[in-house]
Design a protein around this ligand. Structure first.
Ligand SMILES: Cc1ncc(COP(=O)(O)O)c(C=O)c1O
Length: 402
């Protein structure tokens, strides 16, 4: 067996199951899960219709490159959303469909990391900490060494990139960004993105910007910038060293469709396409056609954001005075500070109130004795409004009765 498999950490939900095993929550209180980041709002009916209208495509082998109609719809969406000037994103070279960002983040790392023999230092895959665990597993299985950058409150829950020594950038092969962040909800400012692009040029590494939460924001007039916006501002029409990851899962409540895309540097995507051809992960044509319909519509995305806005306002109103928690810049998580350690908080909350949250330390790693997720929990506001409100009320009474 592949030795690197032994380096993989148990997934946070496995740790959570073990933590909660044996607890006996009150049966009269219905279980409420704020733990899983699975969108629960209704999927758009027109996407389901586009999917079922194209089932004749079941008889067709899809190509890894995808159909032109999808790549064109994606390039046009990137132009509208991130201000990429017309003609910069060539749908034939700068865009690839992927089956959700999860598989793409994993596969991309395998394609980018250059293995070295055991006499040399392994390359680094640099990521935020806390982070989406796929980054770490992908790095380890690619033969790289993960390097974590703490996302602390005093730095707006973003890594302090200015404090990273040149030696780390020199060894860096791939930098993961996540904006809005999971679990912190922090946005990486446009100026920081531009600085990181300069560093990528100076030290020759690739930036993978996981922007799968980019469409969940609060101010309709101010959609968050992304790595493509930074390229546009810099006049970087070749998107050199930059690749973005987007998904319909959160934007359009379609986690079961398994549809997203990567866009950016054409040379990198050419190699990634080669990798994917062998990997065998082409998107079914009916899924591609349904995805075209989803990328071409913003009305359902605005309605989606309105639902999250309503839930964040209601929940924060209830928790405001009792828990140290702020509205994030984007995404659908609250990243709350706990009055006791995060495992105890999560276990007791489950045992007494039948509400499940994720201990922050399960989403991050200790570096030099510091775990940036310690004494925090992640709460996903994905359930319907009434359920989120009920959960918030139970958390408030849990804290007040403590
Ligand atoms: C930060 C982050 N990236 C990527 C993903 C994967 O999403 P999908 O594969 O549905 O696009 C998730 C899912 O929860 C996530 O939280």
């Amino acid at each position: 067996m592949n030795d690197a498999l032994n380096q993989l950490q148990p997934y946070p939900f496995e740790k959570l199951r073990a933590l909660l095993a044996g607890a006996q929550p009150p049966s009269e209180k219905k279980a409420i899960a704020l733990s899983i980041g699975e969108p629960k709002h209704r999927s758009p009916a027109f996407v389901a219709e586009a999917l079922s209208a194209n089932l004749d495509q079941l008889a067709v082998y899809p190509t890894t490159l995808g159909i032109p109609a999808l790549r064109e719809a994606i390039a046009a969406w990137c132009g509208r959303r991130f201000g990429v000037p017309a003609g910069w994103l060539d749908p034939a070279r700068h865009v690839l469909p992927v089956n959700g960002t999860r598989e793409a983040l994993f596969a991309f790392t395998q394609a980018v990391v250059n293995r070295v023999d055991s006499s040399q230092e392994p390359g680094l895959v640099v990521s935020p900490n806390p982070f989406y665990q796929i980054y770490e597993g992908a790095a380890l299985l690619a033969g790289a060494q993960p390097h974590y950058l703490a996302c602390l409150q005093e730095h707006g829950f973003n890594p302090d990139f200015d404090a990273v020594p040149s030696e780390i950038w020199r060894r860096c092969q791939l930098l993961f960004l996540c904006s809005p962040g999971n679990p912190t909800g922090a946005l990486i400012p446009l100026e920081t993105l531009k600085k990181l692009i300069q560093l990528a040029d100076e030290f020759d590494f690739v930036i993978a910007a996981d922007e799968c939460y980019s469409e969940l924001y609060f101010d309709e007039q101010q959609p968050p910038a992304g790595l493509l916006s930074a390229c546009a501002e810099l006049g970087r029409s070749d998107f050199a060293r930059c690749v973005v990851f987007h998904s319909l899962s959160k934007r359009s409540n379609l986690p079961g469709l398994r549809s997203g895309f990567v866009a950016g540097d054409a040379d990198i995507l050419k190699s990634f396409l080669l990798y994917r051809t062998y990997h065998g992960c082409a998107m079914p044509v009916q899924t591609q056609l349904a995805s075209v319909a989803a990328w071409n519509d913003e009305e359902h995305v605005r309605a989606n954001r309105a639902l999250y806005r309503e839930k964040f306002a209601a929940v924060l109103d209830i928790l405001g005075g009792v828990l140290d928690v702020q509205r994030p810049d984007g995404g659908f998580y609250l990243w709350a500070k706990t009055p006791v350690d995060d495992e105890t908080f999560s276990r007791e909350l489950f045992a007494r109130e039948h509400v499940t949250v994720v201990p922050g330390s399960y989403l991050s790693r200790s570096v030099d004795g510091l775990n940036p997720g310690a004494n925090r929990v992640r709460m996903a506001l994905v359930a319907p409004l009434a359920e989120c409100v009920e959960a918030a009320e139970r958390i408030r009474s849990f804290l007040q009765n403590d």
